[in-house]
Design a protein around this ligand. Structure first.
Ligand code: NAD
Ligand code: MG
Ligand code: MG
Ligand code: MG
Ligand code: MG
Length: 329
């Protein structure tokens, strides 16, 4: 049904990704409506940003392209109760993560185009990079191409949110879902957090000052990651001392050894065979007791107390662009 070069877009959900996509698409000249539950937690924010906010049903009904940017676990019910009964024949349904389609939690109607545009970065970065004329690399995929133009819609949306076209990599729902989950579990969020906590605990248990351990194991990680980001591991080696290089090259493998690699393969196997997805869906359905307890333990970890105290003296942090508390990958 879409004929215009710039499809009329409904963004459902106004959190980390939803807000960034809505703002960027509007600045790129798209007609954007935000669909939110009346009285929901982000309605005020969307209105303050100047958007027309409708109920999800109304926003969906009036759109040529519907971007589903609510938390993954609420999407199946939202799709069944609100999106499928209201979305126009032949419209384009867009996701920012392939989880529900890949694991069969949502089976989109046959007349729809179904695409994925997943920025490889949190929403705040998607917005900030757009504002300074850059972009966050994105991947895109087509699951259903009813109109013959599904890929074009994905690329148009990708360009509209600032995911520079030359950096957009074509993928599949399966590849995006499995690699995204693996990255956040093994390396970016799970691996990095546990590495930092374990390193800090090792130093503190051995009697070193918690504040010094914080700088070594958490604070300085940013400096290393910035070098990775700019020029890979090569650039890190250019900037760190020979002593650090020799220690890294010989001791890094103590930490990431055959056992760690076997656990990474286990993480990947549980993603590929659906074990992780089933566990997370069951956890959510049962009220998230285990998820909440594990998260609370991370928030209560003593490194957080030390960090809070030290960061209070880092005046530049209060003027830096804010990353929202909710910024999972
Ligand atoms: P979020 O939790 O930050 O925001 C969710 C939004 O949905 C909020 O505005 C909330 O009020 C709204 N919402 C919740 N339930 C709703 C309902 N029933 N009806 C209407 N609105 C509802 O979500 P997020 O982290 O931006 O994730 C959105 C999607 O983007 C997910 O598929 C996620 O996997 C994907 N993604 C997220 C990131 C990230 O950095 N956070 C990166 C890439 C992809
Ligand atoms: Mg050092
Ligand atoms: Mg050193
Ligand atoms: Mg990710
Ligand atoms: Mg993710």
């Amino acid at each position: 049904m879409t004929t215009s070069a710039k499809p009329k877009i409904a963004i459902v959900g106004y959190g980390s990704q939803g807000r960034a996509h809505a703002l960027n698409l509007r600045d790129s000249g798209f007609d954007v409506t935000v669909g939110l539950r009346p009285g929901g937690p982000t309605e005020i924010k969307a209105k303050a940003d100047g958007f027309t906010v409708k109920t999800p049903a109304e926003a969906v009904a009036g759109a040529e392209l519907v971007a589903v940017l609510t938390p993954d676990m609420v999407q199946p019910q939202l799709y069944g109760e609100v999106i499928e009964p209201n979305i126009a024949q032949g419209a384009c349904l867009l996701f920012a993560h392939g989880f529900n389609v890949h694991y069969g939690q949502i089976s989109p109607r046959a007349d729809l185009d179904v695409v994925l545009v997943a920025p490889k970065g949190p929403g705040a970065l998607v917005r900030r990079e757009y504002e300074i004329g850059r972009g966050v690399p994105s991947v895109y995929a087509v699951q259903q191409d009813n109109s013959g133009r599904a890929e074009e819609f994905a690329l148009t949306y990708c360009a509209g949110i600032g995911g520079a076209r030359q950096n957009a990599i074509k993928t599949t729902f399966k590849e995006e879902t499995e690699t995204d989950l693996f990255g956040e579990q093994a390396v970016l969020c799970g691996g990095a957090t546990k590495l930092v906590q374990a390193g800090w605990e090792t130093l503190v248990e051995a009697g070193y000052q918690p504040e010094v351990a914080y700088y070594e194991c958490l604070h300085e990680l940013k400096l290393i990651v910035d070098l990775f980001y700019e020029g890979g591991i090569t650039r890190m080696h250019e900037f760190i001392s020979e002593t650090a290089q020799y220690g890294a090259l010989t001791r890094g493998p103590y930490v990431v050894d055959a056992g760690t690699r076997a656990q990474m393969k286990r993480i990947l196997a549980e993603i590929q065979d659906g074990t992780f997805a089933r566990q997370w869906i069951a956890e959510y359905a049962a009220g998230n007791a285990n998820y909440k307890a594990l998260k609370q333990a991370d928030l209560d970890h003593p490194i957080e107390q030390v960090g809070k105290k030290l960061r209070a003296n880092m005046k530049w942090l209060s003027t830096a662009p804010q990353t929202p508390a909710k910024a999972a990958t």
